[in-house]
Write a protein that binds this ligand. Structure first.
Ligand code: F0G
Length: 458
């Protein structure tokens, strides 16, 4: 019999969590204005809000924390991180930043100007935010298959080459500073991009002389899917695959809080020394001197170690296996989930789940609230709230997908926790027709509104 996957770690320290009562949760969520970001973490039993910065560091990462060099300039921790980034990604130059969006802020300060177009697969909200903040436009060129949650496709994060070529062809070259490829594509449901697609994007980019930037937050999970799903890669190691992936990029931004399994951190890496020089100025202004840029020495050490651990096959097998287990359990309860399952999260199709509630009443947010009330589980809306308003017309943007994302932190929860979450959602599914109304907005910010929005029941 084939042996099942098992975690590539055992547990050395635990953190207690507490179950609350339904009455408590009803009170707390109303005080939080129906925004799960406003809850105190102690009001949550199982927290699947994000896999970002919520992972458990290993004993080796904690040991590295003690070895951190806190010198302002030229710290050994900087060089340790530089070596790790070079070894894993192949990029010669890098700048540390305090997280992923800071990397975007610094890099886009150099590259993006008013009136620019930045094609890519569905840009993450902070990426889009940093583009639109500079009065430029993010153009979504993801393949159509990505927008059908029931369609099986091994690489739903892929870029549609015709859509990309149309953007490249119909705009002046000086208004296309880069193509952004997000690996895995979070907004499309944690879906990977194939190596073949990366190669083809690179061919087009070369033809139009446009640089490629990888938004690399979950690059290792992307490599795992390539190994499992793409012909010719089954016998390659994760590191070999990662190295080939990055060979098709000119630069990368990284939120280290995901695949590098640290609680805070990020970086930009690139091949071009001139780009490095230009970005250094902004890094010093916004983040800190180029050899620490928003990170302490100990954090850079833990990140270097995390990059190695995060690109180990056995770790990825159990991590992605646990996410798939959550997805399978939900399917057993009949819950409509996006397939194939994402690498970091299961995405529930709220349009199907609550098909009797209009999209104008924020179906995915409504579902997120119901799941919290049912079991104290916190997920996050990836739908109309997140999609924000059109920057020009200020009208709500209604995305094709209205999803509830349940993101699984790395090395934190057990499979019993996954069972609990699936059962809670199964219960909500059973009583879905009793949910009669959705939500309305009371108060919202002009950009990235989902973090602070205040809502009420319709
Ligand atoms: N790019 C992607 C694909 C992301 O998923 C995120 C963050 C960022 C960039 C920004 O990185 O948070 O370090 O500033 N995603 C988190 C999430 C917040 O929950 O998916 P950051």
């Amino acid at each position: 019999m084939k042996l099942p996957y098992a975690e590539s770690h055992k547990i050395k320290m635990v953190e207690n969590i507490r179950k609350s009562t339904r009455e408590e949760r009803i009170k707390w969520i109303s005080e939080a204005r129906y925004n799960l970001f406003n809850l105190k973490s102690e009001q949550v039993f199982i927290d699947l809000l994000t896999d970002s910065g919520t992972g458990a560091m290993s004993d080796r990462q904690w040991a590295e924390m003690m070895l951190g060099d806190e010198s302002y300039a030229g710290a050994s921790s900087y060089y340790k991180l530089k070596n790790a980034i070079q070894e894993i990604t192949g990029f010669e130059y890098f700048l540390p930043t305090h997280q992923g969006r800071a990397a975007e802020n610094v890099l886009f300060s150099v590259l993006v100007k008013k009136g620019d177009f930045i094609p890519g697969n569905s840009h993450f909200d902070t990426t889009k935010g940093h583009i639109e903040f500079r009065k430029a436009t993010a153009v979504d060129c993801t393949i159509d298959e990505a927008f059908d949650t029931t369609k099986e496709h091994p690489f739903k994060g892929n870029i549609d080459l015709d859509k990309l070529e149309f953007v490249l062809d119909s705009n002046p070259r000086e208004h296309i500073p880069m193509i952004v490829v997000t690996l895995t594509c979070n907004t499309a449901g944690g879906q990977p991009v194939s190596m073949q697609n990366l190669k083809e994007v690179k061919r087009l980019a070369d033809q139009y002389k446009v640089p490629i930037v990888f938004d690399s937050a979950r690059f290792a999970e992307n490599a795992y899917f390539i190994k499992k799903r793409e012909k010719g890669y089954e016998n390659k190691s994760i590191r070999e695959i990662v190295s080939e992936m990055f060979s098709y990029a000119d630069a990368m931004t990284m939120s280290s809080k995901k695949d590098a399994i640290v609680n805070m951190g990020g970086f930009i890496a690139m091949r071009d020394p001139d780009l490095h020089r230009e970005a250094s100025t902004y890094n010093i202004m916004f983040e800190g001197f180029v050899t620490y840029g928003g990170m302490s020495g100990r954090d850079m050490n833990a990140l270097a170690q995390g990059l190695y651990e995060g690109t180990e096959f056995n770790y990825l097998e159990s991590r992605i296996g646990q996410v798939a287990l959550l997805g399978k359990r939900m399917q057993e309860f009949g819950v409509p989930v996006l397939v194939p399952f994402g690498g970091h999260a299961i995405f529930v199709d709220a349009k199907k789940f609550l098909d009797h509630i209009p999209q104008e009443q924020y179906q995915a947010q409504t579902l997120a609230i119901e799941l919290y009330l049912e079991g104290g589980v916190r997920g996050v809306e990836i739908g109309t709230l997140l999609a924000d308003r059109d920057p020009v017309t200020r009208e709500n943007r209604y995305p094709k997908l209205e999803l509830l994302r349940l993101a699984v932190p790395r090395r934190v929860y057990t499979n019993n926790h996954m069972d609990y979450v699936a059962t809670a959602l199964g219960n909500v599914y059973e009583r879905r027709h009793e949910i009669k109304r959705g939500l309305k907005i009371i108060e919202e910010a002009p950009i990235l509104r989902h973090f602070t929005v205040e809502l009420d029941r319709v």
